[in-house]
Design a protein around this ligand. Structure first.
Ligand code: MG
Length: 263
């Protein structure tokens, strides 16, 4: 009897060791199987199918890259028209810039587009005249409809969503990055045009990002509609391309080095 009783724990121990070995073997096979599994030929997430286009950047910051449309190169206004009657733009060209000829009206490019990257340089008069909205006022109107305000905002208080780099009467800039009167300044703008359905209802509002002298001042903000002065913004259906309009607000504002990349 005592002999049989002594055998039982030994058998159990052997059985336990066999089980343990089997588990270790299964674990080893499973692990090695995982290690040997080849990486998937295609990742499970979407991957770009098209090679990015080659664009030669400008020689220095602000210069037009190779795929840009130059809208004003400092020599002539042949790419622009007067919005008063569609005739040749009447603004003055000298020394590489154009200057608003006050009371000749707004001007616009003959070229039209929708989504874009825009570079434009501007300067307010070095001789300070007027105040608030009356001092160095113009405007960059995307598609001819949506105004990024141009104003002498150097120590010139006005309503916040009416100062330089505001989306006029909709969004104040995140910062006032204005230079002094007479100094050249610039905007780099990324604009996504609004989308309308077949009955002219806006189905996606426009969006805009603006850098003022290299400072981010509008961060992909939604445009609520036409940037009117006297009414709440509202969308009015228009074609999916439009010109760049520059405003004659009665001040001799200057512009130069204007180019656009269609997106
Ligand atoms: Mg304006």
């Amino acid at each position: 009897m005592s002999n049989v009783n002594a055998k039982l724990p030994k058998q159990r121990a052997i059985l336990f060791l066999v089980l343990l070995s089997a588990i270790a073997l299964i674990a080893a096979v499973t692990t090695s199987g995982q290690q040997q599994q080849p990486p998937p030929a295609q990742p499970p997430w979407p991957s770009p199918k098209k090679e990015p286009v080659v664009v030669t950047p400008g020689a220095k910051p602000g210069d037009a890259p190779s795929d840009a449309i130059v809208l004003f190169d400092g020599k002539d206004l042949s790419g622009w028209k007067s919005l008063r009657d569609g005739s040749d733009a009447k603004w003055v060209v000298r020394d590489g810039y154009m200057e608003v000829a006050p009371r000749t009206g707004d001007i616009a490019t003959k070229a039209e587009w929708g989504d874009c990257q825009l570079h434009i340089e501007w300067a307010t008069p070095s001789e300070v005249k007027g105040e608030g909205q009356g001092r160095g006022n113009s405007g960059v109107f995307l598609m001819g409809h949506y105004e990024v305000q141009v104003l002498d905002s150097w120590q010139n208080p006005t309503y916040f969503h009416g100062q330089a780099a505001s989306v006029y009467k909709q969004h104040a800039p995140l910062a006032n990055a204005s230079r002094k009167p007479g100094e050249w300044q610039y905007y780099d703008i990324i604009f996504t045009s609004p989308r309308f359905d077949e009955i002219g209802k806006v189905v996606r509002r426009a969006r805009v990002t603006v850098f003022h002298n290299g400072v981010l001042v509008q961060n992909n903000v939604e445009i609520f509609g036409e940037t009117w002065n006297d009414r709440a913004p509202q969308y009015v259906a228009h074609p999916n391309v439009g010109p760049l309009k520059l405003q004659d607000h009665g001040n001799p504002m200057r512009f130069r080095n204007i180019w656009v990349r269609k997106l």
